[in-house]
Design a protein around this ligand. Structure first.
Ligand code: EPU
Length: 480
């Protein structure tokens, strides 16, 4: 039984008579972070592999139809779910160590991704592109992931159909074609989309020329996945240029694909007949690195952030420097130090190489204590200021009007009970709690653990007072 159903029954007093198994106890434990802030972070932290690259590379191993060894995988729940999906599809998976897995996709037995798994993360849509490319068909339930406002997939379907696939999105009662998707989502059909099932099928995949109407990381990566074995050349225009897009292209090329231009607006994919396995190491996580950089700055600390690609961090480094923070770049590390005030900034989130939307909530927390007024414009997602309500509980002075938030800097944040509303909003609350003198508790931390490996240990290594506490609601504990 799902935790929400259980909790609802508990709260509504209808728990009596429920027959629960001992293992349910595991599922319904509520976990939270308890953080006593006010101390500058000091020391060194090592950044893990990039979540958003790993969740593309893992489905891409399907195309190799061979043995791949993937190194530097972050030990996070989105990776665990991706590995589980591969295993359900028939891949043989061997754990070499906590961050390295051998994946043999020679003999796969299925092309349908189980609903419960695909709904656990956004990136399950990459299985559509990979399975379609290798087997000519795939079915994935409408992906889950953070609630950042409408998350349409029309550009993914556009690329699949241009390459020759038929697609259908089953909303429960109605089946709509790709072109109609835009209209449905514009009309606010988000809820019904959540229960949808996406099916793609192709007799033959042929190269095509596709211009994306919107710059999309997911559609660009799915474009490459679905085109690598299509006949002839595919040209993708108006592509996303994020480091994880380049990482996926590098992995696919090491497996024998012929992809040029990843990291620019135009990607050219010449279809190959067969691919093979390889050993590949995932790039460092740009957003995890940026999160520790902001945490160092926000607490007035001095932290060496190791195992990073400083070039990928430039949009973040540039803003931190403008805010008065010292950032020193090395070959594969950055040192972040703050001694003075935080200066106010103007930030506008944009696709790479613009300021990343995933850093926006973290930067918002930093600007909440800047000396003056900052303006933050969110240009990628419709609903990424939900963390502001949590931040207000800590005394922040923020006004949100549509896609723009105005931060009037306050002297300090005060501790409060907080919620992690999504992955990056949750990370932002961790930073806010580290800044506040006193003890804050953060609930719903499962969101944070989807994207940050070992966050408690890493922050403790920097001197933070943070612990993860597991507790069971008293009424439920008695019932079990
Ligand atoms: N969009 C469309 N149609 C589409 C696809 C996207 O209109 O078919 C729009 C979206 O609504 C959004 C914009 O295009 O306004 C960008 O969306 P994109 O497709 O780039 O996002 P995504 O691939 O779903 C990835 C990351 C997100 C990150 C965004 C933007 C993964 C698994 N997720 O999402 O990461 O915010 O790119 O950089 O790679 C996170 O890690 O916390 C996270 C949410």
């Amino acid at each position: 039984m799902h935790i929400r159903q259980l909790l609802w029954k508990m709260l509504s007093g209808t728990l009596t008579g429920l027959r629960l198994r001992a293992s349910d106890k595991e599922i319904i434990k509520l976990e939270k972070f308890v953080i006593t802030g006010g101390k500058p972070l000091h020391g060194e932290v090592t950044i893990s592999g990039a979540k958003n690259a790993a969740v593309g590379v893992l489905p891409a191993t399907i195309l190799a139809a061979d043995v791949c060894v993937i190194e530097n995988l972050p030990d996070i729940s989105d990776v665990a779910v991706s590995l589980k999906i591969l295993s359900v599809l028939g891949a043989q998976i061997k754990m070499i160590n906590r961050n390295t897995y051998e994946i043999d996709t020679t003999h796969l037995t299925g092309t349908n991704v189980p609903d419960d798994l695909s709904r656990q993360m956004r990136a399950s849509y990459y299985f559509l592109g990979a399975l379609l490319s290798r087997f000519g068909k795939a079915q994935v339930a409408m992906p889950g992931g953070c609630n950042l406002g409408p998350r349409p997939i029309d550009q993914h379907l556009k690329v699949f159909s241009a390459l020759g696939a038929e697609d259908s999105v089953d909303y429960g009662m109605i089946t709509v074609r790709a072109k109609e998707m835009k209209v449905f989502s514009a009309l606010g059909a988000e809820d019904s989309v959540d229960y949808g099932m996406i099916t793609v099928r192709a007799k033959e995949m042929n190269g095509a020329h596709i211009f994306f109407d919107k710059v999309s990381v997911g559609a660009t990566m799915n474009g490459m996945l679905s085109a690598v074995m299509a006949k002839g050349q595919t040209i993708l225009e108006n592509c996303a240029k994020e480091p994880h897009v380049v990482d996926l292209a590098n992995f696919l090329n090491m497996c024998g694909a012929n992809i040029r231009g990843a990291g620019t607006d135009v990607i050219k994919v010449r279809g190959v007949e067969k691919m093979h396995g390889c050993t590949y190491s995932i790039i460092p996580d740009q957003i995890e690195a940026g999160s520790y950089m902001v945490a160092a700055a926000a607490t007035g600390g001095d932290v060496l952030v190791k195992n990073v690609t400083p070039k990928h961090l430039e949009p973040i480094t540039e803003k931190l420097r403008r805010a008065g923070v010292e950032v020193e770049e090395f070959d594969d590390a950055v040192r972040v130090r703050r001694t003075g005030d935080i200066l106010p900034l103007k930030i506008n989130t944009m696709p790479h190489p613009g300021f990343p939307t995933d850093m926006q909530p973290l930067m918002g927390v930093l600007l909440s204590v800047a000396k003056g007024t900052s303006t933050v414009t969110e240009s990628v997602w419709d609903n990424r200021f939900r963390y502001v309500d949590e931040l207000r509980k800590m005394g922040a002075n923020v006004q949100v009007d549509g896609q723009v938030a105005v931060f009037e800097g306050v002297d300090k944040l005060t501790p409060a009970p907080l919620r992690a509303l999504d992955l990056r909003a949750g990370a932002a609350m961790v930073v806010a709690a580290l800044m506040a003198d006193g003890t804050s508790e953060i609930e719903e931390i499962g969101h944070i653990e989807r994207g940050y490996e070992n966050i408690v240990e890493k922050l403790r290594g920097l001197g933070a007072d943070i612990s993860k506490v597991e507790r069971m609601p008293a009424a439920l504990d008695q019932a079990l």
